[in-house]
Ligand binder design. Structure first.
Ligand code: TEU
Ligand code: CA
Length: 552
């Protein structure tokens, strides 16, 4: 029976490689996570989304799985994993695992068998096609891989191309093969029987490809021809037997499609991550503020109009995205205020709210040099640019782009304290630690009542007190055209939450309808000593936020 617990939940995403290293090898691990469960409990999150911790050669840091039922040795053992989930559950925190089944690692035994030829039991587990052209060495279509180059790799051993939408070490599974679908259901049941509370499904909208791939348009694999059938089949064979959250990563999805596939009556996904507000706009590629507030608000407010039967997921950061400061709000002198104002703007929206590790500290992008990048996406972009004739001209632009958008920015180790390696490891960290860790770290913020960390704890407390209204109430934009302030109201019966968030370095004012100018309006949360005085034209200080409760 589905309790739909996730409709009340705030979920904390952990990127295990960078969260906490317990054995000094410079790599985060499961025992490190277990040691920080009191921190998560104190923060007030209801669940953890754990990025992949399965056996993997780490071509894409675990999003290339070679054994779905084994723990990556660098992260620990299955006993460590059992200890972690037991401790999470004992603290009232659920665990969502990352389900990466659009593709496996090429080191998975299925692929090792499949590539041997067309007669073995695994030959049809992947998407193999004959090449075209006189020598048969032209790929079946012009699809490009997300990490560069063609999405087709020629395998001499088998004499065919295989499809890989990501790296060539991440061959796409053939979901048209019922045996593959059964294998995935078995993997889900293996983890659900161990007590997992659901899955974040990696690029799940890509799993159904068109039958005829020759010349097929690349958009044809987003929610492809058999997508609904395969998801329903998987739900019936596994997810539906447990009280799970199934959140899909839905790159390429639009609003109407999202409303349809998260509609409870469709029995497909419970919710999904869209990417409209974090889309990298060419014009913004080279400046620090990657989006203007009006566009940001327009997108966020639109997604708040998902029909009642559908359910949003709201987030600003994850392991693939740069840090939200300075991306969505001013850094520098206003960094702390901005972080709190962004938190207030996020946590009272309708939907399951996601916080990414370090967001609750106001962690920022890092000053990487070219040699510091580790992410396959950045490394491949640098390698490709270096190999081109105009590298000297191209490189400064690419490095400037990466300084804002590399996925490595989100993957710098957690900053626990101002001790060696920010308290993340006693060894050599696998990725550069942000040199601002002496100023931005959990220990410092633990001891400062006006820190971002304390603000998040307070905000999650307010969210919990008002959760019925936040879950079921209406969403009413306030002064939507305002280009400095993100403001909205949440309303249910006689109760209203009024959320005012300036994301501007300038003093600015917001127009409030008379219905919000009530005597019994109580300040619930704010990031400045002096709360704003509510009037028809309400003045906010730079990056000031305030959340008011009104009970008629
Ligand atoms: O990301 C899917 C995806 O589309 C990403 O490539 C995203 O668009 C890009 O990283 C933005 O810069 C998922 C995982 O979140 C990502 O970490 C993996 O690399 C990818 O799938 C392959 O599993
Ligand atoms: Ca370790």
């Amino acid at each position: 029976m589905k309790s739909r617990w996730y409709k009340n939940a705030v979920i904390y995403q952990i990127y295990p490689r960078s969260f906490c290293d317990s054995n000094g090898d410079g790599i985060g691990d499961l025992n490190g996570i277990t040691s920080k469960i009191p921190y998560l409990k104190e923060l007030g999150v209801n669940a953890v989304w754990l990025s992949p911790c399965y056996a993997s050669p780490n071509d894409d840091n675990g999003y290339d799985i070679s054994d779905y039922r084994a723990i990556m040795p660098e992260f620990g053992t299955m006993e460590d994993w059992e200890r972690m989930i037991t401790a999470l559950h004992a603290n009232g925190i659920r665990l969502i695992m990352d389900l990466v089944v659009n593709h496996t690692s090429d080191e998975h035994r299925w692929f090792q068998e499949s590539k041997k030829g067309r007669e073995n039991p695994y030959s049809d587990y992947y998407i193999w096609r004959d090449g075209t052209g006189p020598d048969g060495r032209t790929p079946p279509n012009n699809w490009r891989a997300c990490f560069g180059g063609s999405a087709w790799e020629y395998c001499e051993e088998r004499g065919q191309f295989y499809l890989h939408l990501f790296s060539k070490k991440q061959p796409d599974l053939n979901w048209d093969n019922p045996q593959v679908r059964q294998e995935v259901a078995n993997i889900c049941n293996f983890w659900l029987e161990k007590g997992v509370d659901g899955f974040r499904c990696d690029v799940i909208t890509y799993i159904s490809k068109p039958e005829n791939l020759y010349g097929a348009p690349s958009s044809s694999f987003v929610v492809g021809p058999n997508w609904k059938k395969y998801i329903r089949e998987l739900a019936e064979a596994s997810w539906d037997r447990y009280d799970t959250l199934i959140v899909g990563e839905a790159t390429g999805i639009d609003f109407d499609r999202a409303a349809e596939i998260t509609d409870e009556r469709e029995h497909l996904l419970d919710t999904l991550f869209h990417f409209e507000h974090v889309a990298q706009l060419p014009v913004c590629s080279y400046n620090q503020r990657s989006t203007n507030l009006r566009r940001f608000k327009r997108i966020l407010f639109r997604w708040q109009t998902l029909p009642r039967a559908s359910w949003p997921a709201v987030y600003y950061e994850n392991h693939d995205q740069p840090r939200s400061i300075p991306r969505f709000a001013p850094s520098g002198a206003f960094r702390e205020r901005s972080a709190k104002s962004l938190a207030a703007s996020l946590l009272f929206q309708r939907g399951t709210a996601f916080i990414y590790q370090g967001q609750e500290l106001g962690m920022t992008n890092a000053p990487f040099r070219e040699e510091d990048y580790r992410d396959i996406q950045a490394v491949n972009q640098i390698k490709a640019a270096r190999s081109r004739p105009f590298a000297r001209i191209e490189m400064p632009f690419l490095l400037r782009y990466l300084s804002h958008y590399s996925r490595d920015h989100a993957r710098t180790p957690m900053q626990w304290n101002d001790g060696p390696n920010a308290g993340f490891t006693t060894g050599k960290p696998w990725l550069m630690i942000n040199p601002n860790y002496p100023q931005i770290n959990a220990a410092e913020q633990e001891n400062r009542a006006d820190s971002i960390l304390h603000f998040y704890r307070q905000a999650l407390g307010v969210r919990s007190d008002w959760i019925d209204l936040i879950r079921d109430g209406s969403f009413v934009p306030v002064d939507p055209k305002n280009k400095n302030i993100l403001a909205y109201a949440r309303r249910q019966g006689r109760r209203t939450l009024l959320v005012l968030c300036s994301l501007s370095p300038k003093k600015s004012s917001v127009r409030l309808p008379a219905e919000y100018l009530k005597e019994n309006c109580k300040l619930l949360l704010g990031n400045m000593e002096q709360a704003p005085v509510l009037r028809e034209k309400t003045l906010l200080q730079p990056c000031q936020c305030a959340v008011f409760g009104i009970e008629d």
